[in-house]
Write a protein that binds this ligand. Sequence first.
Ligand code: OSB
Ligand code: MG
Length: 369
Amino acid sequence: MRIERVQLRHIRLSLVHPFETSFGRETDRDIIIVKAWADGLVGYGESASMAKPFYNYETTETCWHIQRDFLVPWLLEREITDGAELVRLFAAVRGHNVAKTGLEQAWWDLKAKTEGQPLARLLGGAKERIECGVSIGIQESVERLLERVGFFLKQGYRRIKIKIKPGWDLDVVERVRQTYPQIPLMLDANSAYTLADTGLLKALDDYDLMMIEQPLRYDDLIDHAKLQSQIKTPICLDESITSPAHARWAIELGSCSIINIKPARVGGMHQARRIHDICQKHDMPVWCGGLLESGIGRAHNVAICSLANFRLPADLSASSRYYAEDVVLPPWEVDSEGMMTVPSAPGIGVEVDEDLMDKVTVKEQTFSA
Ligand code: OSB
Ligand code: MG
């Protein structure tokens, strides 16, 4: 397949609720939607960038720069026949995985549409429905958090994830467990702790947590291994796993018991699938995290979730949980059993609302071969 034309669009969507983590508070999302043309078909991908370099070092601006000045010209120069080839082509740029992902996903959507197959099936996924969880940011009070938890449970979500940080941790978990003794519950620290906090992290063992996500440094594998040997709660890595090699290192070192795979963090669908395969071989469960994607990035996340070793509920919530209006039609829904349906139409399986896209566009540029 030869991509003839690529359009980058920086769009801005307002979040229905501000999203607060240990690294800051977001009120809107600045992301880049990639549209690519080949053989009369159109494919879409998403660079789920952040405006600020706090989750990782990329920003919407760095994504634009890396795409415009390096990745797009390379992509338009040649025919790409498989996903591995595209990863190799982009490998000359070190890192910048979020920038790579938008283009890589647009290629995968086009490839699936060319073959008349749903993307999930092209990737080798068999599941028809995906288990959904919800990630709840830091709130202004514990009462408000309990209310939010109740609200999402009533909608059917199968697992609750709570963001923590020093000062918003043990007491909060205690209160949530008092109110909801049985729910599948997990925490995400986004790197807010160090080994000096081992005592506090050990105390969390009493709360029957499914896992604690990324307690220590964003780039660490060694201290996480030391911590995992001292606590019972399974450690799940997010930020630390940016490539298949990192997944292998984490498994060899014992840095975690579970891996959160976000296509955007690892450079796209091919790398996400490789990490899935490595973990599957070592019997390590994975699940799909999110970066508050628009409906386009969410479609790619749904497709990857259909692979067998995605064994735990995803951070995949309904469009309305994030945005008043999503850029896809139909919007993503979660049913009363907390499940999302994998689309059966070719490619990502949802239409893009181009009128809405026009309304939320901050900047756009089109490139031709
Ligand atoms: O650490 O998983 C994270 C959102 C932005 C940045 C980092 C994270 C998150 C989430 C939200 O937890 C997951 C979602 O998209 O629902
Ligand atoms: Mg996380």
